[in-house]
Design a protein around this ligand. Structure first.
Ligand SMILES: NC(=O)c1ccc[n+]([C@@H]2O[C@H](COP(=O)([O-])OP(=O)(O)OC[C@H]3O[C@@H](n4cnc5c(N)ncnc54)[C@H](O)[C@@H]3O)[C@@H](O)[C@H]2O)c1
Length: 295
């Protein structure tokens, strides 16, 4: 563990630095792709020592997969890991170009974490990976001069898309800087105005909920609805299978959030509520719209 770098003065560091705050599922993936696709040093800030250890292991195995086909895979992995530091708190160890926040989805926690980031690194582009909170509200609470949403997808290492979410006060320079970072990471940005569900969750959930209503009304079976979208509309996976994979409880929570923000068109069908209350929440429970035990 390279925790000893914590405390290093900014003027002793000559590489471009990136800070990722929160080394969980998303933070580890984001740190991994910064290491594999750029030459930046990456500082992952996480107060939980177990999470830091897990993060390093996840990143190392992700880098091994990323470089598996290269002749000098071991050297590439070890060179990337040399640029990784896992630290328990923000410090003056780096003057980062970008700070990406990926702590749990709680507005008060995110506010505290982002305010600390702005105090330490007022010049940096500050990005939040929130999936559902208002980027504009976080921007206002935080008071950052350069602020955007950067909504990465799970699993980060294999997902091509990043939604760049503009708060009502994000400057054009901040939005362009975020788009450039996405391109550097070999990902594709779509640029979205701050609004509930951004672009992808909103449309994805709308299609999923309509597919559930169709099952409820007996229009067709789950399998036939999914096959229709795969064969007819070239979806890589049908909306009901996708809902099972994401988790019906997760889909219900997002639908409830969108219904409260955008109105009754996002109200969850009774079938979805019933399945969640019966514990049939999709793949992780063994059953949902499909049986998953032997699938
Ligand atoms: N998991 C997903 O599929 C997904 C997809 C897109 C966006 N997101 C968003 O990404 C964010 C992170 O989600 P996740 O799934 O990675 O969560 P996670 O629970 O896996 O990881 C969060 C990490 O943050 C750390 N943390 C807690 N308090 C902290 C603090 N004060 N400072 C620094 N680190 C702290 C925790 O120790 C943990 O390691 C959330 O906003 C979530 O909505 C998640």
């Amino acid at each position: 563990m390279n925790d000893q770098r914590h405390g290093k003065k900014a003027n002793e560091v000559d590489e471009v630095g990136c800070v990722v705050i929160g080394g969980g599922t998303m933070g580890a993936g984001i740190a991994q792709i910064i290491l594999s696709e750029t030459s930046s040093r990456v500082y992952v800030v996480d107060p939980d020592a177990t999470a830091r250890d897990r993060c390093r292991v996840t990143i190392e195995s992700g880098l091994q997969r990323r470089f598996a086909k290269e002749d000098d895979a071991r050297r590439l992995v070890s060179a990337a890991l040399d640029r990784l530091d896992l630290v328990p708190g923000a410090g003056d160890f780096v003057a980062p170009e970008i700070v990406i926040e990926a702590v749990p989805e709680n507005i008060d926690l995110k506010t505290r974490v982002l305010q600390t980031a702005v105090e330490h690194w007022p010049q940096a582009l500050i990005a939040t990976n929130t999936s559902s909170l208002s980027v504009t509200e976080l921007h206002h609470r935080t008071g950052a001069s350069r602020f955007v949403g950067m909504h990465f997808f799970n699993p980060v290492p294999t997902s091509r898309l990043v939604e760049v979410v503009c708060s009502n006060d994000s400057t054009a320079e901040s939005i362009e800087a975020a788009q450039r970072w996405v391109a550097q990471l070999q990902r594709e940005a779509i640029t979205v105005k701050d609004s509930p569900g951004f672009a992808t969750s909103r449309l994805g959930v709308a299609i999923g909920l309509e597919a559930m209503r169709m099952v409820e009304e007996g229009v067709a079976s789950a399998n036939d609805i999914d096959r229709g979208m795969v064969l007819g509309y070239k979806f890589p996976i049908g909306p009901l299978e996708l809902s099972d994979r994401v988790g019906l409880d997760v889909r219900l929570a997002i639908a409830n959030h969108l219904a409260s923000e955008l109105g009754p068109r996002f109200e969850a069908p009774q079938l979805l509520r019933q399945m969640v209350s019966d514990g049939r929440v999709g793949r992780k429970s063994g059953a949902g719209f499909y049986e998953w035990e032997n699938r």
